[in-house]
Design a protein around this ligand. Structure first.
Ligand code: NAD
Ligand code: DAU
Length: 342
């Protein structure tokens, strides 16, 4: 590996991965390729912007000509694909962009990567492909039962990765991460959304009874997990990157409020997300065998995260304007109004 294209590297986990790779491997050239959608943010990359082994290219993974040109220009030998539409609620409002990026974009990246002779293709997927897990833990050979348009589009993209491995012998690996949290996460996702709303004493719209379970993984552990699979994973295999930190949403919410010293009365139970998966849970046994060790348990990770949002208002206040407020209105106005009535 020498010239690595990191797609979606201006997003939350992608930027953590870029920072990790630029600092850990001075001999690699890290080329970040990102469309800069509402979720892409050059502020996430400020720490590495002056480093010699880092470059940025703005582009869409579904733009064949631009992908082709970028692969040639930077003599790319490795691709790590983080690029995606990633928010379940937005996929319920409008699935279109999810098919464009998470299915068609992945196909174009694979196809151009194969034609260009890329060595390894590492694809970042999600535990949501397994669907709702009533009990037990998902293992890598379990069947896919995605329930939201987001999860279905991620499953579609991942199956195309498999097809390119089986049919064309492309060298591919897949990671399936669990719910990730930490600094620089767009404040539409549960933890940064509730943290930044609570700082401003705004209501926290908790879906349904709040007893849904998510398995929380700190972002730097996720980034290191992708690095381990990229370097040590076996071609054609998928690896669960599980936090092994299962929590009820209501407990996560109360923890955020207690760190911020804010009252639990900010919590508003609102009508549930449509098709809401009750529980995700995986085992990380397979990737542990490659040497992945998590550094953060939930207590350490949530403290560090909430503190970061408290200390970095410059980063999130400018996001919570314009398009963000439009989405907020569409997603929460009616829900919060009906919570007030109940
Ligand atoms: P994010 O929404 O913060 O970032 C996505 C990035 O992809 C943005 O920078 C955006 O500009 C870019 N992008 C979107 N469409 C693009 C396109 N067509 N071409 C080029 N770039 C494009 O997402 P995230 O939370 O950092 O997630 C990164 C990846 O990890 C995604 O593939 C997601 O499915 C997966 N994942 C996320 C989580 C999580 O909890 N956040 C957990 C498991 C897996
Ligand atoms: O499991 C991995 C997935 O985790 C990733 O693949 C996705 O990209 C990522 O967005 C995340 O999906 P979730 O839907 O689990 O994350 P989200 O932060 O949107 O919601 C977490 C839980 O909190 C979920 O049960 C819904 C609930 N929730 C969320 C929001 C935004 C609320 O109760 N209220 C809210 O306002």
């Amino acid at each position: 590996m020498k010239n690595i294209l990191v797609t979606g590297g201006a997003g939350f986990i992608g930027s953590a991965f870029v920072r990790h790779m630029v600092n850990t491997y001075p001999d690699y050239n890290i080329i970040c390729y990102d469309k800069l959608t509402y979720a892409g943010n050059m502020d996430n990359l400020l720490d590495v912007s002056d480093e010699e082994n880092y470059r940025f290219e703005r582009g869409d993974i579904a733009d064949r000509a631009k992908v082709q040109q970028t692969l040639a220009e930077h003599q790319i030998d490795t691709i790590v694909n983080f690029a995606a539409e990633s928010h379940v609620d937005r996929s319920i409002l409008d699935p279109d962009a999810f098919i464009h990026t998470d299915v068609v974009g992945v196909y174009i990246l694979l196809d151009e990567g194969r034609k260009h002779g890329v060595g390894r293709f590492c694809h970042v997927s999600t535990d949501e492909v397994y669907g709702d897990i009533e009990d037990g833990l998902s293992v890598e050979d379990d069947r896919f039962l995605p329930n939201s348009p987001y999860a279905a589009s991620k499953a579609g993209g991942e199956l195309m990765v498999r097809a390119y491995n089986v049919t064309y012998g492309m060298d591919t690996v897949v990671t399936r991460g669990s719910n990730t949290y930490g600094p620089y996460q767009y404040p539409e996702k549960l933890i940064p959304f509730f943290t930044t709303e609570a700082i401003d004493d705004k209501p926290l719209p908790l879906y349904g009874d709040g007893k849904q379970v998510r398995d929380w993984l700190y972002v730097d552990d996720h980034a290191r997990g992708v690095d381990v699979v990229l370097h040590k994973g076996e071609s054609g295999e998928a690896y669960n990157l599980a936090g092994e930190n299962q929590r009820f949403n209501i407990d996560v919410t109360k923890r955020i409020l207690s760190i911020l010293d804010k009252p639990e009365s900010l919590v508003k139970h609102v009508p549930d997300r449509e098709g809401h998966d009750r529980r995700y849970a995986m085992t990380a046994e397979k990737v542990r065998d490659l040497g992945w060790v998590r550094e953060y348990d939930f207590d350490k990770g949530i403290e560090a995260t909430v503190k970061w949002y408290m200390e970095n208002e410059w980063w999130w206040r400018k996001i919570k304007t314009g398009e963000y407020l439009e989405f907020y209105k569409q997603q929460y106005s009616e829900r919060l109004a009906s919570a007030d009535e109940s």
